[in-house]
Design a protein around this ligand. Structure first.
Ligand code: GDP
Ligand code: MG
Length: 174
């Protein structure tokens, strides 16, 4: 008799404070958006089931919950991660400039097989855009990451971002 295999993928979300990490997670897991950024502090992770190639996969997505200064994110946070979303805010270029430091952090704690995605969040704020799509694409290419722009506010590409990472993790298994 064949056992149904269980898939549980730990995915971490990293990036500067207020780029929208918690909201990406709540949009993905509960289809909710909080205008009050404090609302989700304290939540460690949320689990969402997605179906890939007829297989049920549990995505356990971890949120830094307010410890996003460099080095304040502990190794326990990264432990066992098989995917990572590295997030910046397209309306604040400093958050984009810090991506390299977040990738350094990720490399310190995880091996290179972790599926990585560069996420430019808040793409609904086109009128105050501070980082071009081109710059995002170029950095992703340089660093060997997938790239996507999202909006946790209007839902653009949120599900897709997580699904691309989950698919890549699944692909790496087989
Ligand atoms: P975190 O510190 O990275 O977890 O960021 P939060 O999820 O707490 O969001 C920080 C602030 O940005 C909050 O005021 C959110 O309402 C806002 N925010 C998050 N995502 C978006 C988005 O996609 N678009 C816009 N316009 N605002 C967003
Ligand atoms: Mg947060």
């Amino acid at each position: 008799m064949e056992e149904e295999q269980e898939y549980l993928f730990k995915i971490v979300v990293i990036g500067d404070s207020a780029v929208g990490k918690s909201n990406l997670l709540s949009r993905f897991a509960r289809d909710e958006f909080d205008h009050n950024s404090k609302a989700t502090i304290g939540v460690e992770f949320q689990t969402q089931v997605v179906e890939i190639d007829g297989k049920e996969i549990k995505a356990q997505v971890w949120d830094t919950a307010g410890q996003e200064r460099f080095r304040a994110v502990t190794s326990a946070y990264y432990r066992g991660a098989v995917g990572a979303l590295t997030v910046y805010d397209i309306s604040r270029s400093t958050t984009f400039e810090n991506i390299k430091r977040w990738l350094d952090e990720l490399n310190t704690h995880c091996d290179t097989t972790v599926a990585r995605m560069l996420v430019g969040n808040k793409c609904d704020l086109e009128n105050i855009r501070d980082v071009s799509v081109e710059d995002g694409k170029n950095l992703a290419e340089e660093e060997g990451l997938f790239f996507i722009e999202t909006s946790a506010l209007d839902s653009t590409n949120v599900k897709t971002a997580f699904e691309i990472v989950i698919r890549e993790i699944y692909k790496n298994l087989s």
